[in-house]
Write a protein that binds this ligand. Structure first.
Ligand code: CP
Ligand code: NVA
Length: 307
């Protein structure tokens, strides 16, 4: 049996694969808008393991699999034997013998790697403390739909150097664009990843300097899942990095801004920008559905020809 193709970080896809995935996601979006069936994964079963909360990831994977003709099962970490200490490797062997593809959202990235190492079917990272690659597929689709090619563009991340930021850093080196991460000391992205990204990514302390002339500004919550107890301290340190009209006005005249959601209005993003009629934030959220349908097709196609 061939080794399954996993999607644990954005680096698991080549630039060509990302481009063709986005093209297919846009096609799938149009098929759905026209009400045309696209049951390319008939009979396939997706297992979704969650040990963290989710709205978008859960609904987009479950609805997406149904629309492709397959089905999805939701497994909460608490309700499975994983929550009672059954080893990840044993769980991976068993679950992957019964389903066609697995999605996991959890804390430790090493746990997802370990699951994948023992799985005989493709494993998708639905968010770990270190990466959120599915989000970036949807974000890239949104950029391509509204502005075209992102290679050569200039992007600024504002706020905590977190999991979503890390996946954007991988996008910068895969697709060859410049990413400036604007954050205070102590909130830097991972140092090893930063050095792996070479000239594509740099850290800037001054938010006003960082956003100058950029084509895209991105932010995310200041306290990620698992960091809720640090909310107050983070709020104080990260306040100057709020994505708001003042900073947006310093970016390129047609700059876009994104947020993966859920958002805290008035904290990492101003209420005005969240509720602006021209925002692509809702398009970005919807695109989780289309991009992940294309992703599941791609990962399963590498195992058997699509019908
Ligand atoms: N953006 C995102 O992953 O949302 P959920 O936490 O609701 O899945
Ligand atoms: N950085 C956030 C993203 C949520 C989708 C978190 O990890 O909670």
């Amino acid at each position: 049996m061939t080794e399954p193709k996993h999607f644990l970080t954005l680096m698991d896809l080549s630039a060509n694969e990302i481009h063709s995935l986005i093209k297919r996601a846009i096609e799938l979006k149009s098929l759905r808008d026209q009400g045309r069936p696209h049951k390319t994964l008939e009979g396939k079963v997706l297992a979704m393991i969650f040990t963290k909360a989710s709205t978008r990831t859960r609904v987009s994977f479950e609805a997406g699999m149904a629309q492709l003709g397959g089905s999805a099962l939701f497994l909460s970490g608490q309700d499975t034997q994983l929550g009672r200490g059954e080893p990840i490797a044993d769980t991976a062997k068993v679950i992957s013998s019964m389903v066609d593809i697995v999605m996991i959202r959890t804390f430790s990235h090493a746990d997802v790697e370990s699951f994948a190492a023992h799985s005989r079917v493709p494993v998708i990272n639905g968010l770990t403390d270190d990466h959120h690659p599915c989000q970036i597929l949807a974000d890239l689709q949104t950029y391509f739909e509204t502005r075209g090619e992102i290679s050569g563009r200039r992007v600024c991340w504002l706020g905590d150097g977190n999991n979503v930021c890390h996946s954007w850093m991988n996008a910068a080196r895969r697709l060859d664009f410049e990413l400036v991460v604007a954050c205070p000391e102590g909130y830097d992205p991972d140092a090893k990843l930063l050095s792996d990204c070479g000239n594509h990514v740099r850290v800037e302390r001054d938010p006003t300097e960082a956003v100058k002339g950029k084509d895209l500004l991105i932010t995310d919550v200041w306290a990620s899942m698992g960091q809720e107890h640090e909310q107050t301290a983070r709020g104080t340190r990260l306040a100057p990095y709020q994505l708001n009209r003042r900073l947006l006005d310093k970016a390129a005249p047609d700059a876009l801004y994104m947020h993966c959601l859920p958002a805290h209005r008035g904290e990492e993003i101003s209420e005005e920008l969240m509720d602006s009629p021209g925002t692509v934030i809702w398009q970005e959220a919807e695109n989780r559905l289309h991009a992940q349908k294309a992703l599941m097709e791609m990962l399963l196609a590498s195992r058997s020809p699509l019908g």
